[in-house]
Ligand binder design. Sequence first.
Ligand SMILES: [Zn+2]
Length: 73
Amino acid sequence: MRNKATTVTCPICNATASYSVNNPHRPFCSERCQLIDLGEWFNEERRIVGGKLAEDGQADTEDAASPGPDIIN
Ligand SMILES: [Zn+2]
């Protein structure tokens, strides 16, 4: 009997990881690598979005909110 064993290279540590339902962390080789990847994404998003939202976020909120109350009130 032959299982269709698809393997991928873990993008974090370059280890061979099983890309199947048996590996809940695919395409990563382990939970650790998955968490590392998520952490990197969060850090990047914070850097990009955090800087912009600090100023643009407030301006956008005011602009977007203005028509709302006007119509409702
Ligand atoms: Zn890995």
